[in-house]
Design a protein around this ligand. Structure first.
Ligand SMILES: [Zn+2]
Length: 312
């Protein structure tokens, strides 16, 4: 199984995007926002008390590793799951995304889909939720990613790509095996009634090792639960199995760090966060240590003495 690099359509990569592309994207957003009429205006402003469940809010205000560990379960290394969104918020967000889709159909507006892998789904940032999602990233995800994903820029997240995707009849069926265009991904199932749609995880890899084998400890399938979040490093290879019946919607927030992306351009050594790079590094160190031990042993033998008395 080979993994794709899932990319954002119309790319918002701050570091590589040209000024004219940025301007076009800005104008595209402004055009939508000036004519689209939101269904639930209360979604567009961060209201923690009605968005999040109390256990999540308590952990955020405590802001300690222990506090987060109390609400998080880590069924596989680097896959963190926790209850996050209230059912009412999930329902309103699904309705809002559907309202936007209806508007797109009725007005025959051409829109950018969230990424190169989903034919359906809508970018929340494009119809007015950019500011709310930026707050979500900085005030609610950053405290956790600083503790749990510092090796991939989790402490310096500074821009995002937020969207809703829907699976089921007349929508996308599954999601191919891939890595995200993010340093840290928040993925929350919004419901509704469905069967199937399990996420599968297969270990964290750099670009060079994207298609390498998974180890048994890296293979993990997760059954999605409405309102419950999954937080993982963007380079954690994953996908989603077919949604076999019903309708499933998820909210995704691809969180990015421009500092980490700049640093990666100049990275010469193995990635500290890629499991294969780490194994290769350990193997190299082991071989080096063996070589050193054997050369030390050799140099103490008479054959390597300065008088070279062993020469024939
Ligand atoms: Zn690697």
């Amino acid at each position: 199984m080979s993994a794709n690099q899932g990319n954002e359509n119309g790319g918002q990569d701050n570091s590589t995007q040209g000024a004219s592309t940025k301007q076009l994207h800005k104008e595209y957003r402004e055009r939508i926002i000036s004519t689209y009429r939101p269904l639930h205006r209360e979604l567009y402003q961060m209201t923690p008390g009605s968005f999040f469940v109390p256990s999540f809010l308590n952990a955020i205000s405590e802001n300690t590793e222990e506090g987060f560990r109390n609400i998080i379960s880590e069924p596989s290394p680097g896959v963190l799951t926790f209850d996050m969104l209230q059912p009412q918020f999930c329902k309103m967000l699904v309705d809002e995304a559907e309202n936007f889709e209806n508007w797109v159909r009725e007005t025959r507006t051409r829109i950018l889909r969230p990424n190169t892998m989903n034919a359906y789904g809508s970018v929340l940032d494009d119809f007015g939720m950019e500011r709310m999602l930026d707050k979500l990233m900085k005030d609610y995800i950053l405290p956790m990613s600083t503790i749990f994903f510092p090796e991939v820029g989790g402490a310096t997240l500074d821009y995002h790509h937020g969207y809703v995707v829907e699976y089921g009849t007349n929508r996308d069926d599954h999601l191919d095996f891939h890595v995200d265009d993010s340093e840290v991904t928040l993925n929350v199932c919004l419901g509704e009634l469905f069967t199937g749609g399990e996420m599968f995880f297969r270990g964290v890899r750099c670009d060079k090792h994207l298609d390498s084998e998974s180890e048994s400890g890296e293979i993990y399938n997760y059954s999605q639960v409405p309102g419950r979040a999954v937080l993982h490093c963007g380079y954690h290879r994953h996908g989603a199995l077919s949604t076999t019946s019903g309708h499933r919607a998820n909210m995704l927030l691809w969180c990015r760090s421009s500092v980490f992306r700049d640093m990666r351009k100049y990275e010469r050594n193995a990635s500290s966060w890629c499991h294969v790079c780490q194994k290769e590094k350990e193997e190299k160190q082991r071989r080096f240590a063996v070589q050193r031990t054997s050369s030390q042993t050799d140099s103490s033998s008479p054959c390597f003495s300065q008088t070279d008395s062993c020469s024939p």
